[in-house]
Design a protein around this ligand. Structure first.
Ligand code: ZN
Length: 362
């Protein structure tokens, strides 16, 4: 029976304790040069104390981030008040990390608008992530820019690259990246153009005392050098946990929930992983009523979560920690962004299921 789709688990995973590095929302690319760049980091970090940041300063920080391997987040919601709420809540969160995520938005501005409305009603701020195909390659350049603008306004922090982002070529995507106030992550593609400068293999975001490592993978796409997605994701995740001391590692995976044969998918990635806590899936347009909880190589839980396409759904997942930084529980809730007032979630979900069937049979 379909009900509230709120899932809580007790986790067996032990997350190693790591030192508290900063108390403000910030993001960094971990590398061997981090210590050397720490002074620059402090400088940039101090800049984020302003809730509103002028474009020229943001531009400056973006340039700094490229030079230093460190990016800074100052993500607007719809208003300055909302920005304050988001950052303060992230910082004030002593025991929880909250993640909102979407996938396969396909440049649907109506869906993005509904996501924005839904997030504005949420009392708990959090990271906002996307698992790729947020653009629609059949749209005009102007429409694609509008989608990026809408994602900036919502305050997306990080997105994976899907085939839709790459289908018009590397140069096309490279021309759009400067408009994005969110990071693009991927660790298994090789680019032979300007685009390589814009894609990060991972980012680390500080939320209160917690460090969240985020990487991304995708399937084979024409014109892009492909490395094995599962091997690449595991290498980065291991580094993020062990060297980066991340409390949580998230893989934004555009591999799809399930693929036939040996083709990598998110079920295989979960089973063969050791350090990934959560896989935000999709590409398949698979409609799950809640997160799939799988076991990794070490018999620890890995969460696979994906929502509906076109911004019709969004998920909120909250990881709880206790005894300092030991991951202890997870709560997950799917939202149907345009759910009519008075309609139950179950009814709205079964309507989506019928659309899914039509899509599958089309
Ligand atoms: Zn796709």
């Amino acid at each position: 029976m379909i009900c509230a789709f709120v899932t809580t688990i007790r986790s067996k995973s032990i997350v190693p304790a790591s030192k508290t590095v900063c108390t403000r929302l910030s993001i960094e690319n971990l590398s061997d040069i981090l210590n050397f760049l720490f002074q620059q980091y402090l400088f940039i970090h101090l800049c984020t104390h302003h809730d509103t940041m002028k474009n020229d300063r943001r531009q400056f920080l973006n340039q700094m981030s490229l030079m230093a391997g460190i990016a800074v987040l100052s993500k607007p919601m719809a208003s300055a008040a909302a920005i304050g709420k988001r950052i303060n809540t992230l910082c004030a969160s002593g025991t929880n990390v909250t993640i909102y995520h979407t996938n396969d938005l396909h440049g649907n501005l109506g869906g993005l608008n509904q996501i924005k409305t839904l997030l504005e009603k949420e009392e708990t701020a959090g990271l906002i992530l996307d698992a790729g195909d947020f653009l629609n390659s059949s749209h005009s350049l102007q429409q694609q820019k509008q989608v990026i603008c809408a994602m900036n306004t919502i305050g997306y922090h990080t997105a994976a690259i899907g085939d839709e982002e790459l289908s018009l070529g590397q140069d096309h995507l490279a021309s759009l990246v400067p408009l994005m106030r969110f990071n693009l992550v991927n660790c298994n593609y090789g680019f032979n153009t300007e685009l390589s400068k814009h894609i990060k293999p991972y980012v680390i975001i500080h939320s209160g005392k917690f460090k969240i490592g985020i990487t991304g993978v995708g399937h084979q796409v024409e014109g892009v050098t492909y490395r094995d997605a599962i091997t690449s994701a595991n290498q980065i995740a291991g580094m993020l946990k062990e060297k980066g001391k991340c409390d949580l590692v998230i893989c934004l995976s555009h591999l799809g929930y399930w693929q036939a044969g040996d083709k990598p998918d998110n079920l295989k990635l979960a089973a063969q992983s050791e350090h990934i806590d959560m896989i935000i899936s999709d590409h398949n347009h698979k409609l799950l009523s809640g997160p799939a909880i799988k076991l990794n190589k070490l018999k620890q839980e890995v969460i696979i979560s994906c929502t509906a396409w076109d911004g019709l759904m969004m998920n909120r997942t909250i990881f709880g920690f206790e005894n300092g930084k030991q991951k202890s529980n997870m709560r997950s809730k799917h939202f149907i962004t345009g759910q009519p007032y008075g309609q139950t979630f179950a009814d709205a979900f079964s309507s989506l299921k019928s659309i899914e069937k039509l899509r599958v049979s089309a």
